[in-house]
Design a protein around this ligand. Structure first.
Ligand code: NAD
Ligand code: ZN
Ligand code: ZN
Length: 350
């Protein structure tokens, strides 16, 4: 089969011919219906290298995957061929306490995982190929009625990641609260919808691109703010000077972190999700009192069940452009140039 593979750090991926995978005991091979193109893949191509991560190329890209069960390994009895499934992407050891709770993203025994701290498309072969080997059947969630693999694929990361970030801040998102979403791309356009559908908070969306702000408005954002010199004042004005209870920074540059700290309200959450590599000084006076700073990484398997439910009920509607494998690299280049609305999903069999 053909696969879009990252062959070395600091290079663009290439389409190469690889062997079709076959499942060992407990494993499953799915026919890929959709593989989302995430901005993290751009970081893999351009920013990472050396010892940054405990794994490296070559591997097939694509860590937002859904499809249909194609071949079952020995002992997998609860799935059947042809069933539509989403892939829970972080693959832990499966037996430690965190993995048993479905928090495989923070597996306590990474040495026992298929690859430490990674998964398909992140160290192991991912979904930008006709077939994907899933190392354990527990990573597969049968799609609820009403959800197809193309729409499910981005929900497994672009949906799950902001859902986890929003969910952990739910207590701070009571009526009267304001949430700020910085970066309305693949994750951000779903973050706006997650906030609107699961909280009563007012939503302020920030982006450098007018088209992204128009999309945020169409998806229910109450206020939009163009990133730049006046952004902090505009956000403060939108919160009657009080600041935002929760800021989700889905970019993560020095500028966006500084903006997040400047517009946070005392007792708020400033959550860093984007991996642009920026930093923020942390001292007694560097942000309003009792603002919690945290990073978040992906989400848990139970949370993915909830996200798929929202997707099946059309409460979450990813804006998707589909492309074939041959156009995937071009789609990444368009994402780097800020020319993608929502998410591109690669359909390898198209
Ligand atoms: P994307 O390219 O689809 O969207 C990024 C958006 O941010 C675009 O709309 C862009 O115009 C906007 N933007 C860029 N610079 C900005 C600025 N200075 N101010 C405001 N807006 C700005 O990317 P994505 O796939 O949504 O990913 C976003 C980030 O999140 C990436 O860094 C990605 O690697 C990271 N990510 C993190 C996790 C995690 O678990 N922590 C998971 C997935 C992605
Ligand atoms: Zn991702
Ligand atoms: Zn584990």
């Amino acid at each position: 089969m053909r696969a879009l593979r990252l062959l070395e750090w600091k290079t663009e991926p290439e389409i190469v011919e690889v062997e079709d995978p076959h499942p060992g005991p407990g494993q499953v091979v799915i026919r890929v219906g959709g593989a989302g193109a995430c901005h993290s893949d751009l970081h893999l191509m351009h920013d990472f290298g050396g010892d940054t991560l405990p794994w490296g190329p070559p591997f097939t890209l694509g860590h937002e995957n859904a499809g249909w069960v194609h071949e079952l390994g020995e002992g997998v009895t609860h799935l059947r061929v042809g069933q539509a499934v989403a892939v829970y992407g972080p693959w832990g050891c499966g037996t430690c306490a965190r993995c048993q709770l479905g928090i495989e993203i923070y597996c306590d025994n990474p040495a026992g995982a298929p690859v430490p701290g990674g998964g398909g498309g992140l160290g192991l072969d991912g979904g930008m190929a006709e077939y994907l080997l899933v190392p354990s059947a527990r990573h597969l969630l049968v799609l609820p009625e009403g959800l197809d693999p193309v729409r499910a694929a981005p929900l497994t990361d672009a949906g799950l990641t902001p859902y986890h970030a929003v969910r952990r801040s739910w207590p701070k998102l009571a009526p009267g609260a304001t949430a700020v979403v910085i970066g309305v791309g693949g994750l951000g356009h779903l973050a706006v919808q997650i906030l609107k559908q699961t909280t009563a908070a007012r939503v302020v969306a920030v982006d450098t691109r007018r088209e992204a702000l128009d999309l945020a408005t169409a998806l229910g954002a109450d206020t939009t703010v163009l990133a730049g010199g006046q952004a902090a004042e505009e956000i403060r004005a939108a919160t009657h000077g009080m600041g935002a209870d929760v800021v989700l920074d889905l970019v993560g540059s020095d500028d966006t972190l500084r903006l997040g700290a400047a517009v946070s309200r005392p007792l708020g959450d400033l959550t860093l999700v984007g991996i642009a590599g920026g930093s923020l000084p942390f001292s007694f006076f560097s942000q309003p009192y009792e603002v919690s700073l945290q990073t978040t990484y992906w989400g848990t398997r139970p949370e993915l069940v909830e996200v798929l439910d929202l997707g099946a009920r059309r409460l979450l509607q990813p804006r998707i452009t589909t492309v074939g494998l041959d156009d995937a690299l071009d789609a990444y280049r368009r994402m780097a140039a800020g020319q993608v609305e929502g998410r591109v999903v690669v359909v390898p069999t198209s």
